[in-house]
Design a protein around this ligand. Sequence first.
Ligand code: 5AD
Ligand code: SF4
Length: 453
Amino acid sequence: MTEQPTEIATDAPAEGTEAPKKLFIKTYGCQMNVYDSERMAEALGAKGYVTTEVAEEADMVLLNTCHIREKAAEKVYSDLGRLRPLKQAKPDLKIGVAGCVAQAEGEEILRRMPLVDLVVGPQSYHRLPEMVEAKGKVIDTDFPEEDKFDHLPKRKALRGPTAFLTVQEGCDKFCAFCVVPYTRGAEVSRPAARLLAEARDLVSRGVREITLLGQNVNGYHGAGDGGTWGLGRLIREMAAIDGLDRLRYTTSHPNDMDDDLIAAHAEVPQLMPYLHLPVQSGSDRILKAMNRKHTAEQYLRLIERIRAARPDILLSSDFIVGFPGETDADFEATMDLIRAVGFGAAFSFKYSARPGTPAAEKPELPAELCDARLQALQALITEQQRAVQVAMVGREVGVLYEKPGRLPGQMVGKSDHLHAVHVADSLGKPGDLVRVRITASAPNSLAGEPLRG
Ligand code: 5AD
Ligand code: SF4
C-alpha cells in the first residue's frame, strides 16, 4: 500500500518497444545497499532502463541511501540539492530516493526536496517498476508481508567473479545507538532452498565467491529441509555447490556465533579465514548502556573459540567512540580490548545521535574529546593492520582476480584474508583463483607473484 495518493499506470507500453531509458544509481552505505541497487537496476531493466555511470545523461536518478549516521543521511540532501540544475534542464527527469533515509524520513524528503518524485523504502523495491510509471509524487515505505526478492526479476547476464547474496534482513537486537531495527525492520530470513538456487544461478554466470549478507547475518534462521537452518548449515550446503570456491558472511553479532557456525570455520575449506565481528566498545559499562548484551570478557572468550577453530582467521570489528557517558577509563578499556585481540582491520566511528533511538535522549560528549579518541583508536588499529599485513609477506595465499591492475601485466584481487593483492601475472584474467606468494606490503594492499605450474 502506498502512503500518498498516486496514480499507477496500468497501460504501460509493451516491454522493449521504446528506446532504452537511462538509469543512474548512487549507492551509499553498506554492502546490502550494493546488493539492493543491483536488484533495483534489474527490476527497472524490465521497464526498459539501462544503467549509466553519467548522471547528466540519465532519465532517472536513484539515490540508494544510508541513515546509520547523521553525516551519511545529510549527504543525501546535499546530493539532491546538486541535482537541481539537472532537473531544471530536463523536467522529465525522475528522481528517486531509496534505502534507509527513505524509510526513516519518508514524506519529510518530499517536503524538504520538492524535486524528488519517488521515495521507496528497502522492503518495497519490487514495487519500483510500477512506481516509476506513476504520475505525480509517490511514496512507499511499507513492510509488506511478501518477500520482495520473490517479485524481483531474475538476473541473467554473465557477471564478475564475486557477488553478494542477501540471506537475512533486519535486526531484533536494538542496540541503543542504532537505527537499523527501525529502518530495516524485524529479522526476516529467506528460505534456504531459494538461496541455494540463487547461489547456483550466480555460479552458472561466472561467480566464484559469494558473500552472504544480513544486518545480523549469523542470526540467520531460514526454513530448510527438515526444519530451521542456522547460518552454519546454510554455509555447509552452499559449499557443496560445484564451482563455488569461496564463501564469506557479514555482519555478525557476537551473541549469535553458535557452535555450528564456529565449527564451520574449521570444517568448510570454502569458508574464508576472515570474520567481521563488531564489538563497539571494550567497556562493560558502555556495552551495557549500548544494550549489546555481552561483556568484553565474553567477546574475548568467543574470539579464543573462533581462533581455536581457525587459527589463521583475520578478525575485524566496528567501534564507536564517544557514546554518551563514555569516560577516559571506558575508552581505555576499548583500547585494551583491541590490544588483546589484535585486529587485521576495523571500522571506527564517532557516536552520532540518531532520532528515535534510546541513546539519542542522553547528553553528548564534547566533539573534541570524540575526535581525539577516534584518532587514538584509529592509530592503534592502523598499527595492528600494518603488522598483520607485514606478517603476510613470504606466505602463500589464494587470490581471486577481479580486474586488471594499473600496471601492464598486473591483476588485482582479494586474498583469502580479504587483503587487496596486486599480482604481476601477465597470464591472469578476472575469475582466476591463483596461489600467490606475498612479496611486499604497502599501506593498504599487498603485492605478490603467482605460483604457477
Ligand atoms: N553512531 C555511530 N556509529 C554507528 N554505528 C551504528 N549506529 C551508529 C551511530 N548512531 C556503527 C556501528 C555499526 C556500524 C555499521 O555503524 O559500529 O556496527
Ligand atoms: Fe544495529 Fe547491528 Fe545492533 Fe542490529 S546488532 S541494532 S544492526 S548495531
